[in-house]
Ligand binder design. Sequence first.
Ligand SMILES: Cc1cc2nc3c(=O)[nH]c(=O)nc-3n(C[C@H](O)[C@H](O)[C@H](O)COP(=O)(O)O)c2cc1C
Length: 186
Amino acid sequence: MKKISSQLKKFQYFYPYTVALVGARSEAQTNFMSCAWHTALSFEPPLFGVLVSKKRFTHQLISKAREFTVNFLAFQTVKLAAQMGRRSAYDMDKLKEFQVKLAPSTVIQSPVIEEAYVSFECKLAEIRAFGDHDLFAGEVLAVHEREKCFNAEGVLNVRKISPLLYLGNDFYITINPDALQHVVPD
Ligand SMILES: Cc1cc2nc3c(=O)[nH]c(=O)nc-3n(C[C@H](O)[C@H](O)[C@H](O)COP(=O)(O)O)c2cc1C
């Protein structure tokens, strides 16, 4: 028997999702927040979307900067994800407080996160409202990838990187690399 709900109190049945730090620099302000709701939108042109609640400081910042970076974290940096996702720039300078190391972007002004195994530099293409979150769609202008993290086809090397997955409600997990299968239909 399956339980069927129609008046949803929680809405996170689709997790786990990988965790990225998403943020931007506008004038003197730089900030990042943890983001699980993100998605590729198009190959050509390469478009990537992040869903950010209107309540977030980062929402204002990306709207002003008209650009953002998306920085994927490995499981070892789980604490940083929790810190950047449970504290707000409305209350503190998170970058200083949590000693986040930044690196310069090559095309845009907003920096990438040094700890990330892969980062995207995105130019804002469009903002669309969906309920209480806005979709920021960005054109990916550059990708920074840590050495040997992806094979020639762009597949993540799970022996080298354990991606950080979020289950909701402050629970995190990673994948078991021994479960890897390469499955090609007959
Ligand atoms: C793992 C994790 C993932 C999150 N994903 C999102 C998300 O996809 N979109 C969103 O608006 N908030 C998300 N949040 C909440 C924000 O990261 C959080 O409210 C943060 O404090 C906002 O920071 P800011 O106010 O400095 O922008 C997430 C939080 C955590 C812990």
